[in-house]
Design a protein around this ligand. Structure first.
Ligand code: NDP
Length: 248
């Protein structure tokens, strides 16, 4: 445990559970002030309160990333209090799996809107803040599925491939202002999202992971810490795969 992010403010979306919650904890343990964002206000505050109980700094905010106005309002609230935001981790995401022929327009829309438009909304508002400050780190949680594709996940794969293309474009736009934008592409990480898969599907996936284990939220959080640190200052527009070798 160090203090790598002391005096820095981090916004983590989808931090009420799973990977996002672990990312929030990891930054808090390194001295950052963390804004824990999720739609469920009570859960967001609970996560923040648990972090504070350990002597770290965090605050919960209810915000739906699909709603641009709501994002702007919450980011302004955080700014009023903390004056700056140094790091954004776009982690909020969802799945609505089905084969293409059975995929409803509503299931397509909700996944694209949450996973991809959500990243656009948060990045747009925060890039303005970071441009003024002439520094910033933006980390977008994509997925290995956005690189390899997956039967039954056309909507999810499109949203995650979209995040990778979006990140590369925005990385080019912001590079000269000392702002980096990178993606992290996890493989199979043990959370609620993957918990709902059938046991048989899980066993098949496990067999194809060269390291022979599923990933943990910590595996992803550590990469986020690195990308947000000064050690990664010269890395931008990249996608770091965290998958135990699944997609080699
Ligand atoms: P979970 O389902 O456990 O958590 C998702 C989080 O996103 C929750 O905190 C949820 O909070 C939040 N969220 C969902 N919709 C919104 C919204 N509209 N506005 C704000 N917050 C929202 O997922 P994971 O932790 O497994 O996944 C986190 C990220 O990692 C996702 O982007 C996912 O695609 C990606 N990923 C996960 C992998 C895995 O194996 N688990 C693999 C590769 C990528 P609430 O419901 O309170 O809003």
């Amino acid at each position: 445990m160090g203090q790598r992010f002391q005096n820095q403010v981090v916004v983590v979306t989808g931090a009420t559970r799973g990977i996002g919650k672990e990312i929030a904890w990891a930054f808090a343990r390194e001295g950052a002030t963390v804004a824990v964002i999720g739609r469920n206000a009570q859960l967001a505050e609970e996560v923040a309160a648990d972090i504070r109980k350990e002597g770290h700094r965090a605050e919960g905010f209810s915000c739906d990333v699909t709603n641009g106005k709501n994002v702007e309002e919450i980011i302004n609230k955080i700014l009023d209090k903390h004056k700056s935001i140094d790091i954004l981790v776009n982690n909020a995401g969802m799945t609505k799996d089905n084969l293409l022929l059975r995929m409803s327009e509503a299931d397509w829309d909700s996944v694209i809107t949450t996973n991809l438009k959500g990243v656009f909304n948060c990045t747009k508002v925060l890039s303005k803040v970071m441009l003024k400050a002439r520094k910033g780190k933006i980390i977008n949680i994509a997925s290995i599925i956005g690189i390899t594709g997956n039967a039954g996940q056309a909507n999810y794969a499109a949203s995650k491939a979209g995040i990778i293309g979006f990140s590369k474009s925005v990385a080019r736009e912001l590079a000269s202002r000392n702002i980096t934008v990178n993606s992290v592409a996890p493989g199979y990480i043990q959370t609620d999202m993957t918990g709902k898969l059938k046991d048989q599907v899980k066993e098949e996936i496990l067999k194809s992971i060269p390291q022979g284990r599923f990933g943990t939220p910590q595996d992803v959080a550590q990469v986020c810490l690195f990308l947000a640190s000064s050690e990664a200052d010269y890395i931008t527009g990249q996608t770091i795969v965290v998958d135990g070798g699944l997609a080699i």
